[in-house]
Design a protein around this ligand. Structure first.
Ligand SMILES: [Zn+2]
Length: 472
């Protein structure tokens, strides 16, 4: 049999693995062994899915007593049938992405990374090379965000309607108890329900992480905290009295909002969730606040510069959207994590750096702490104004405050707001607003949404209060 060679090779390798004893290696050598094994794992996964795809194509799995190829692959590899299906889709997509296939088989790429690249290349052709370069250095979640960003740009407005119809049709919730008495929940929700739901859960998890830090105890893993958060939010008695951030934020071009549908290149999406039809945005806006954010397609213009601990709702709003023009929400700039986010001053407050849109970037607690240590080692944390906390106290995204800093110079300030070419309507739906279905509330400088056919809302840029001092 041809497989004799493969079997012999696998057995040799298994024998080598069996002899490895972490205790007999130095820490540095252990790290190197992890790197080597990770590459082998990735190569194995690549070859395995190609063989799996051919076994499915030739119905070779039937000889092992299975009638369903996904069940066979899931059982054989010890994953869920959804993951087995994803592996088969990835294998099928590799023929259209030769560079990705090469990188996977060379051990440079994981299956999850390959899946993001293949999915994105199918929707946004020409993405493969850039995403491969990013995969080499960025975390998986940052790569997934970039893939999502590219797919959003390439998407047709009609796609949002089709996707939303599917989201509505496929919603379900199931709960059951297994043989050990453990309760399980599974479900599927449309984006406008899903995003506020997960934002509530994340806010509750953040509150629990802060509580653990105040109590000086090591928090439990985030998965467990999430389970507690869901139970508390349903049963009542959560730690986060009020959501630390808006629960649902929409960005929609005002022209599209007035018209009732979007045309070429006009945005309509839930921050952190994805595109929605303009019709859905209008329904949500009935019980929502509306705020304006001016941007020229690349930069946000309206945000004033403030100093020190100045709490600024406009700045918090702009920061919570994520970078324009796609406004995908807030994620750690280092690792892409979306919970436990703190605000980091690029140019230190001690050096006269402003609490400004350009000078404040999101970092998760762990990445923020690492950066603070690097800054400390570089001697950058010598002078602090009163009240500045150099240990990186967690701060809700809606209230940016001075935090540890780095030496990087701030990016150049965007052009004057008169250069703004696009106006976005933003609505924030709070649960209270939802329940009460109250009339739209006006926000300083802005007016509530108007019915279709009426005059578009007048959106006034918020003036800058102070000129930023030159970075130290
Ligand atoms: Zn991070």
């Amino acid at each position: 049999m041809v497989t004799v060679d493969v079997q012999a090779g696998c057995e040799d390798f298994a024998a080598l693995l069996a002899e490895l004893d972490p205790g007999s290696y130095s820490g540095a050598d252990c790290a190197e062994v992890v790197r080597l094994l990770a590459r082998v794992e990735k190569r194995c996964a690549g070859v395995r899915i190609l063989f799996a795809a051919r076994a499915v194509e030739c119905a070779g799995y039937r000889g092992q007593g299975y009638s369903n190829p996904r069940t066979w692959l899931a059982q054989t590899t010890g994953v869920s049938s959804g993951q087995a299906n994803q592996a088969l889709e990835t294998a099928a997509g590799l023929s259209a992405c030769p560079e990705t296939k090469e990188a996977l088989l060379a051990g440079d790429l994981s299956l999850d990374q390959a899946a993001v690249i293949i999915k994105t290349e199918a929707v946004a052709p020409g993405s493969e090379t850039d995403l491969l370069a990013q995969a080499a250095t960025a975390s998986l979640s940052r790569l997934a965000d970039e893939g999502r960003r590219r797919r959003l740009v390439a998407a047709d407005p009609g796609d949002a309607e089709a996707a939303h119809d599917r989201q509505r049709r496929e919603r379900y919730a199931r709960y059951w108890q297994d043989g050990d008495g453990i309760g399980h929940v599974a479900g599927s929700w449309p984006v406008e329900t899903w995003v506020p739901l997960t934002n509530r859960i994340d806010a509750e998890v953040d509150a629990m992480l802060r509580q653990a830090k105040r109590d000086g105890v090591e928090p439990e893993p985030v998965e467990r905290l999430r389970a507690d958060a869901v139970a508390r939010l349903i049963n009542g008695g959560g730690l986060s009295r009020r959501p630390a951030r808006p629960e649902l934020v929409l960005v929609c071009d005002v022209a599209a909002f007035q018209r009732g549908h979007s045309e070429g290149g006009e945005t309509c999406q839930v921050i952190g969730g994805g595109p929605v039809p303009v019709e859905v945005a209008r329904e949500l806006a009935v019980s929502a606040f509306i705020k304006g954010v001016l941007h020229d397609g690349k930069t946000i213009q309206q945000v004033a510069h403030f100093r020190g601990r100045y709490r600024c709702a406009e700045l918090a709003t702009a920061l919570s959207l994520g970078p324009p023009p796609l406004f995908l929400g807030v994620a750690c700039v280092d690792c892409g994590r979306r919970y436990g986010i703190e605000w980091d001053h690029i140019d230190p407050v001690a050096h006269g750096g402003a609490t400004s849109y350009e000078n404040v970037k999101p970092r998760c607690y762990a990445c923020h702490r690492d950066k603070t240590e690097r800054d400390r080692a570089a001697g950058l944390l010598t002078a602090h104004p009163p009240g500045n906390d150099q240990t990186g106290t967690p701060t809700p995204p809606t209230s940016p405050s001075p935090a540890p800093s780095s030496t990087d110079a701030p990016p150049p300030r965007p052009a004057a707001s008169s250069a703004a070419a696009a106006v976005e309507a933003r609505s924030t739906v709070t649960p209270a607003a939802h329940r009460a279905a109250t009339a739209p509330v006006s926000v300083p400088g802005l007016t509530p949404p108007t019915p279709a056919g009426a005059t578009p809302p007048a959106i006034t840029p918020i003036p800058a209060r102070k000129k930023p001092r030159a970075a130290a």
